[in-house]
Design a protein around this ligand. Structure first.
Ligand SMILES: Nc1ncnc2c1ncn2[C@@H]1O[C@H](COP(=O)(O)OP(=O)(O)O)[C@@H](O)[C@H]1O
Ligand SMILES: [Mg+2]
Length: 326
């Protein structure tokens, strides 16, 4: 069998550069070399490609059959890289341009989930381009969460318990995006659920995240190593099924393809489960939750990679049948 020429793009200009490098190291180790001829594309924090960039012209990258963009956050997970790969007419793993962009934007993502009837915690979207909210007071009872609309890894997110903290939180979030999301804080538990594309998309067994701090912030995610993960999550069969149903619902609502990790909040006082967000290129190290949940659900790490690459090639084959002009 002829080997598949696979391009792995990693690194990148986002704050999650290092996590992407770690994800790529795990993927490189696990890829079946009988099956894939792997080409690495490393993007530095300044945006420089090594050994050379992928070119936007169709046919100008003859050494590639399919690409795995394994970059988190801005300029990787947000539709920009996907746009380049579309121009180049290269098949690629994961969500397309639109789903990547809307999933990166917490405001748009919430609107799409709401329209699909999924439970979303009360939220407000404030855009500095449309109004000045420097001294605005909180639209919800405390605690509230204030987030930049477009970012990840909890960067720029704070929990505010009073008006002073709220103003500080707003000023912090607006350092990262002109558009911010204010949310009612949910007191309770936090879960994650992996979704794999296909017809139909399927959800893995969810896990619970037990942050070691006030919430699952950047330090807790990447520096402290103190947050606890429980896999499988301790839930009733009905709750597990509900999270899986909502995970696939969110995946479909944003038009995601290939992979997606959907995160949830469960309110202790009411038992209500809310969709919090979807990540279209979740962490992919051998200890990351996306592959861990699949491993627990019966799909080993390297089989998961095979499946994702197959899905990318299948999508490209279906797209081939579409016309772009008369
Ligand atoms: N409305 C909320 N209520 C309670 N906790 C929240 C809420 N929103 C976010 N959090 C906490 O903040 C963390 C980061 O928020 P999230 O929306 O997932 O942003 P990111 O995309 O940066 O991961 C969550 O994992 C959770 O611990
Ligand atoms: Mg999150």
């Amino acid at each position: 069998m002829k080997k598949i020429k696979l391009g792995l793009i990693y690194g990148g200009r986002s704050g999650e550069h290092e996590i992407s490098v770690r994800s790529a190291q795990s993927v490189l180790k696990a890829l079946d070399r009988e099956r894939y001829d792997v080409r690495e594309f490393f993007i530095s924090k300044e945006g420089k490609w090594a050994p050379h960039p992928i070119l936007p012209e169709p046919g100008s990258n003859p050494d590639l059959d399919v690409v795995f963009p394994l970059m988190h956050g801005t300029f990787g997970e947000d539709g920009t890289m996907q746009g380049l790969l579309e121009l180049a007419a290269l098949p690629y793993v994961g969500a397309g341009v639109l789903a990547s962009a809307v999933s990166m934007d917490k405001a748009v993502m919430k609107r799409l989930c709401e329209a699909a009837g999924l439970p979303i915690v009360e939220y407000a979207v404030w855009d500095r381009q449309h109004r000045d909210f420097t001294n605005a007071s909180s639209p919800f009872a405390f605690p509230v969460f204030v987030k930049p609309a477009n970012l990840g890894s909890s960067v720029g997110i704070s929990k505010a318990k009073n008006e002073d903290e709220f103003r500080a939180a707003v000023s912090m979030a607006t350092r990262f995006d002109h558009k911010i999301v204010v949310e009612r804080g949910v007191t309770g538990r936090e879960f994650e659920c992996s979704v794999l594309g296909g017809r139909p998309a399927t959800a893995a067994t969810p896990c619970e995240i037990l942050p070691s701090r006030e919430f699952y912030d950047y330090e807790d995610k990447y520096l402290l190593d103190k947050a606890k993960i429980e896999l499988p999550a301790r839930l009733t069969l009905e709750q597990t099924a509900e999270i899986q149903r909502l995970a696939v619902g969110c995946f479909e609502a944003v038009g995601c393809e290939g992979m997606g990790r959907v995160d949830f909040l469960m309110e202790t006082s009411t038992g209500r489960i809310y969709v919090n967000e979807i990540n279209t290129i979740p962490g992919f190290t051998s200890i990351s939750m996306y592959p861990k949940m699949w491993e627990y659900s019966g799909i080993a790490y390297s089989a998961l990679l095979d499946r994702l690459i197959d899905l990318a090639l299948e999508r490209a084959a279906t797209r081939h049948e579409l016309s772009y002009s008369l």
